[in-house]
Design a protein around this ligand. Structure first.
Ligand code: NAD
Ligand code: UDP
Length: 316
């Protein structure tokens, strides 16, 4: 199997590279390092099963030789990243998806799109099943990400229906683990690093909004099961255990034995109030469900961030 992973130097993409190399795949990682880093893949540089190509997939993608799978993960994913790079986010969700699908078509390869729970927007149905169409503000600041991913899903289904491409769509819910960036702006790395430094923990709004956090190894296993399946419609992959953001902040203080205090900041525009995946479909179709408990996942992630803060992110 020869597998292309766009965004392979990012948080999720780099774990997928490791997982597929372990499964015997030859992996080609294509990434322009906009929000990813070489540190995430440096351990596989020199491995004959791995190749890195620095390239912006919003431009035409050329890869020589046989390709069996194209996994399209390139996109800023943290709200602060896609607010900093709104046009790049729209381009990689639209043009990047078009070029990745074009590559899959030319190579007669399977295609898998990394979509997101953000396609449900600020949901009015709870938990969110795949047949919920969502509640998205197209012109708000988050619209650049949400609408790009909704367009990417539409484009993927069109290539499936019109060109007969063998496609998959995974709707990923909040995922965490080692290799998230210290400063990527997401709640979990922010809180963890703030707690480790005994700094104020910045909860947006009153912290009553909820999220459901999935550990990275569970997510990667779910994505692999989806790739092996014959399911063309979107599948939610996430951990349904839901907590409030205030509870997450309190847990982080307890976990790190920190002196940090919680401070409340303004809630970002269109911040979803609730989010929890309905994973009935993944359970029945993929026979998948998450296994890693939050306490265990948090411990592993904490060990990573401790190391990152000590080494200043320079571990190589
Ligand atoms: P990340 O920012 O760590 O990784 C994204 C990678 O894509 C980075 O390495 C970045 O450099 C690369 N990239 C961005 N634009 C590119 C371009 N034009 N050309 C080539 N490479 C480009 O983010 P992540 O958390 O690993 O997310 C990966 C994918 O999973 C994204 O598509 C994201 O939308 C999706 N997702 C992630 C989560 C989550 O909780 N992490 C949730 C839902 C969906
Ligand atoms: N959040 C917060 N403090 C932070 C960063 C985020 O309270 O320092 C909140 C954010 O407003 C959202 C939740 O935590 O309600 C999860 O945010 P994140 O950026 O992790 O991802 P999202 O689920 O919004 O994409």
């Amino acid at each position: 199997m020869r597998t292309i992973i766009t965004g392979g130097a990012g948080f999720i993409g780099s774990h997928l590279c490791d997982y597929l190399i372990e499964k015997g795949h030859e992996v080609v990682c294509i990434d322009n390092l906009l929000t990813g880093k070489m540190d995430n893949i440096v351990h596989v540089i020199g491995n004959c099963q791995f190749r890195f190509i620095k390239h912006n997939v919003s431009d035409y993608i050329y890869v020589d030789g046989q390709v069996d799978n194209v996994l399209h993960f390139a996109s800023p994913a943290s709200p602060s990243d896609y607010l900093e790079f709104p046009i790049q986010t729209l381009k990689v969700g639209s043009l990047g998806t078009l070029h990745s699908l074009g590559l899959a078509k030319a190579k007669r390869a399977r295609f898998l799109l990394a979509s997101t729970s953000e396609v449900y927007g600020d949901p009015q149905i709870h938990p969110q099943p795949e047949d919920y169409w969502g509640h998205v503000n197209p012109v708000g600041p988050r619209g650049v990400y949400d609408e790009a991913k909704r367009f990417a899903e539409a484009m993927t289904m069109a290539y499936h229906r019109f060109h007969g491409i063998d496609t998959r769509i995974v709707r990923i819910f909040n995922t965490y683990g080692p290799r998230m960036r210290v400063n990527d702006g997401r709640a979990l790395p922010n809180f963890m690093c703030q707690a480790l430094r005994n700094e104020d923990i910045t909860v947006f709004g009153d912290g009553s909004q909820t999220r459901s956090f999935c550990y990275i190894s569970d997510l990667v296993e779910g994505i692999y099961q989806l790739l092996l399946s014959h399911e063309h419609d979107p599948v939610n992959i996430g951990n349904p255990e839901e907590i409030t953001i205030r509870q997450l902040a309190q847990e982080m203080i307890a976990l790190t034995n920190s002196k940090s205090k919680i401070v409340f900041k303004q809630l970002p525009v269109d911040d979803p109030k609730i989010r929890q995946p309905d994973i009935s479909k993944a359970r029945t179709v993929l026979k998948w469900e998450p296994k890693v408990l939050r306490a265990e996942g948090m411990r592993k992630t904490l060990a990573y961030f401790r190391d990152e803060l000590i080494s200043g992110g320079k571990r190589v």
